[in-house]
Design a protein around this ligand. Structure first.
Ligand code: NAD
Ligand code: AHE
Ligand code: ZN
Length: 373
């Protein structure tokens, strides 16, 4: 098998514009899959790592982890996918053999995480990307801001070939994360009241998940009041802007809900808001789920009394979904019109416009921007 020349967006340094250039993509080795990426969206975690605030961020690298494509070639021993299969790369692997996968207690997988966290492939601890012979690091085991990428076979979900790749690419991260935070991590029951901090794609997917779980009050909290109009379409039925109140936002929510909410979700990545989200939960049973990713060095705090008196603090990665097993199921749910996907796509561009797309991501009007490669 031969190397491929692929146009990719390379992040050479934190916060410096990504460089669109030809990258050499080596053939897949044993247990690896080379994918032709057709569509990739941008997630705030890409922006976070690019900003230099991710302790696992390495440069130069190829970012991107919310995408869809077609298998181009496979390495020795790969049995579950073959060239031509339609796939979604999954940053959270699922090997079905490791201690984590077998535990039945988590969707985290231990098989390749030690390599994906340091930008290399498991086999030889090296990268498959290079420019003029110099290696470029992988990112989250996916690196989808490239026409071709190489991933571990345990990180590939084979999906229905009839599914529109330009839409279902979103099922690689943000939408499943929000839905799963509600369905798998919090396990929201009918009649619950729910507070969602941050109404970006992840927060809106939490709202959609809460609505389908039968939550009655779905309170959206965002410092941008423009978010409410869109949020209503995803199930938010009350809106609070912390800027409209002098009191701490947790006190406002506790008063609004006769003692606090049953479930809250932090979908921003702000540790002060994480505290507020915990403290707005009802004494005795309220559960708060941390979804947002906070910068290196940031820590959460609260009075231990908050937990002693029955509030529960949890976190979620990819909404607790087992990736290879459940991403195809989510695709089917989308095809059956049981979950939204199209509604999160506010912009479409090409890979060459990726720097403009990142600018848009920081504007309040952009939920997901899908790039064609
Ligand atoms: P986003 O930037 O689109 O949405 C964040 C929202 O929070 C915006 O509407 C913004 O106006 C609002 N906001 C900002 N500061 C606020 C404050 N102090 N109080 C209230 N609202 C505030 O982001 P997104 O794409 O929805 O992602 C949200 C977070 O989830 C990010 O941190 C991302 O890295 C993380 N994430 C985590 C996972 C996971 O598996 N845990 C997966 C995907 C994304
Ligand atoms: N490298 C970061 C961790 C970032 C993080 O928590 N990532 C989430 C997914 S965000 C997707 O948009 C996650 O699933 N984490 C679990 C894992 O195995 O990485 C840091 O802060 O170190
Ligand atoms: Zn993401």
């Amino acid at each position: 098998m031969q190397s491929r020349i692929s146009i990719a967006a390379v992040a050479y340094e934190p916060n410096k514009p990504l460089v669109i250039e030809d990258v050499q993509v080596a053939p897949p080795q044993a247990g690896e899959v080379r994918i032709k990426i057709l569509y990739t969206a941008l997630c705030h975690t890409d922006a976070y790592t690019w900003s230099g605030k991710d302790p696992e961020g390495l440069f130069p690298c190829i970012l991107g982890h919310e995408a869809a494509g077609i298998v181009e070639s496979v390495g020795e021993g790969v049995t579950e996918v073959q060239p031509g299969d339609h796939v979604i790369p999954c940053y959270q692997a699922e090997c079905r053999e490791c201690k984590f996968c077998k535990s039945g207690k988590t969707n985290l997988c231990g098989k390749v995480r030690s390599a994906t966290g340091v930008g290399v492939m498991m086999n030889d601890r090296k990268s498959r990307f290079s420019v003029n012979g110099k290696p470029i690091y992988h990112f989250m085991g996916t690196s989808t801001f490239s026409q071709y990428t190489v991933v571990h076979d345990v990180s590939v979900a084979k999906i229905d070939p009839k599914a529109p790749l330009e839409k279902v690419c979103l099922l690689g991260c943000g939408v499943p994360t929000g839905l799963g935070a509600v369905w798998n991590t919090a396990k929201v029951e009918p009649g619950s009241n729910v507070a969602i901090f941050g109404l970006g794609t992840v927060g809106l997917a939490v709202a959609e998940g809460a609505k389908t779980a039968g939550a009655t009050r779905i309170i959206g909290i965002d410092i941008d009041s423009k978010k409410y109009e869109t949020a209503k379409k995803f199930g938010v039925n009350e809106f609070v802007n912390p800027k409209d109140h002098k009191k701490p936002i947790q006190e406002v929510i506790v008063e609004l809900t006769d003692g606090g909410v049953d479930y809250s979700f932090e979908c921003i990545g702000n540790v002060s808001v994480m505290r507020a989200a915990l403290e707005c939960c009802h004494k005795g049973w309220g559960t708060s789920v941390i979804v947002g990713v906070a910068a290196s060095g940031q820590e959460i705090s609260t009075r231990p009394f908050q937990l002693v008196t029955g509030r529960v603090w949890k976190g979620t990665a990819f909404g607790g979904f087992k990736s290879r097993t459940q991403v195809p199921w989510l695709v089917e749910k989308y095809m059956n019109k049981e979950i939204k996907v199209d509604e999160y796509i506010t912009h479409n561009m090409t890979l060459g416009d990726i720097n403009k797309a990142f600018d848009l991501l920081h504007e309040g009007t952009c939920l997901r921007c899908v790039l064609s490669t």
